[in-house]
Write a protein that binds this ligand. Sequence first.
Ligand SMILES: Cc1cc2nc3c(=O)[nH]c(=O)nc-3n(C[C@H](O)[C@H](O)[C@H](O)COP(=O)(O)OP(=O)(O)OC[C@H]3O[C@@H](n4cnc5c(N)ncnc54)[C@H](O)[C@@H]3O)c2cc1C
Length: 390
Amino acid sequence: MSDKTYIDLPFFDETHRALERELDAWCGKSLQHVDHADADAACRGLVRQLGQAGWLRYCVPAAFGGALPALDSRALCLLRETLARHDGLADFAFAMQGLGSGAITLAGSDAVRERYLPRVARGDAIAAFALSEPEAGSDVAAMQCSARLSDDGSHYVLDGAKTWISNGGIADFYCVFARTGEAPGARGITAFVVDADTPGLTIAERIDVIAPHPLATLRFDNCRVPVGNRLGETGQGFKVAMMTLDIFRASVAAAAIGFARAALDDALARATSRPMFGGVLADLQLTQAAIGDMATAVDAAVLLTYRAAWLRDVQGIRTTREAAMAKMVATENAQQVIDRAVQMFGGLGVRVGTRVESLYREIRSLRIYEGATEVQKLIIARETLAAHAR
Ligand SMILES: Cc1cc2nc3c(=O)[nH]c(=O)nc-3n(C[C@H](O)[C@H](O)[C@H](O)COP(=O)(O)OP(=O)(O)OC[C@H]3O[C@@H](n4cnc5c(N)ncnc54)[C@H](O)[C@@H]3O)c2cc1C
């Protein structure tokens, strides 16, 4: 049984507490038999299942089929933490519906929002977020994928590549960031929504990773996108991308907490049942020290993560610094918690099929995507120095 005492913290109100209880019960019933053998099929099935059960409604605002008037960070974090604790791929399927449609919610015209968001909320359309490129990962502003206005002004013509795109190959649409060139670097980028079946958009390569989920490199060759599919003003794409990441970065931290809690639960069960030296593993003081460190690491991540979510929801402020702190600490701590759990399991910890073994693979990419830990450190330092100078 996972520690649920955090849910009584003043960061949450009763609707959050009820949401967590209902989702936890639903996961216990509905995610027991997810077949992960084919990640594409599993992911499609999970999006449908999460949509039918109403959970994806938290990814879009109420005016377009969502559950709440605006995206609520605490709800998103609770959903991701709970899903991740039960099934990593279910968390992935949920997260990408939110991240993949976030730019539409934040910057799309009403017509575009009406066309995409209700389908996202029902699980009828699979979303993706296409920012990274082979030569522009951490250094997003170095992107080269271009979008030029057609001669008759009716379309943008996209050329270039995007890589590491989650849901690449199974998505129905991609929110794509491309260089329109109004200014150098970050100020010359614009966001677009591109349907997966648009001529000129192809899947160049599928990518296999250690914790399988749909992932691909996309190619754009003379790919014509209607002007109406632009998200926000020209030159504002970088800002749209960063605002989207500001919301979802804290939710990556929450997913890491879910993985860490699962590992801690399994470690506790193992330590209290594994006979050793005339007692059980948990009788040994070195084990107790590890458990003390693990429990504290989880709680520290919880406080930073739900602080960031609360500040955004209740104070309505941009939480760049707090979300970066949460993402850095939660993902790094989760990696350590899971590693310690693997150690406590001994040989069984690395045996394929043991849950801590899959968590060990699952957590690794969270320290890299949506800004690697080093990038989060720089964000925190920049914001802290700026606050000091004010
Ligand atoms: C599983 C997975 C899913 C992903 N999904 C998506 C997606 O859906 N959409 C999308 O657009 N992208 C996605 N990405 C891409 C991800 O955001 C990038 O991998 C990430 O931004 C790092 O970029 P990169 O891989 O090019 O590494 P690089 O930019 O080459 O960075 C390599 C390493 O350099 C270090 N580093 C970076 N900056 C600094 C610095 N200033 N000082 C010192 N060291 C530094 C970090 O340790 C970093 O990991 C995904 C990646 C993975 C692994």
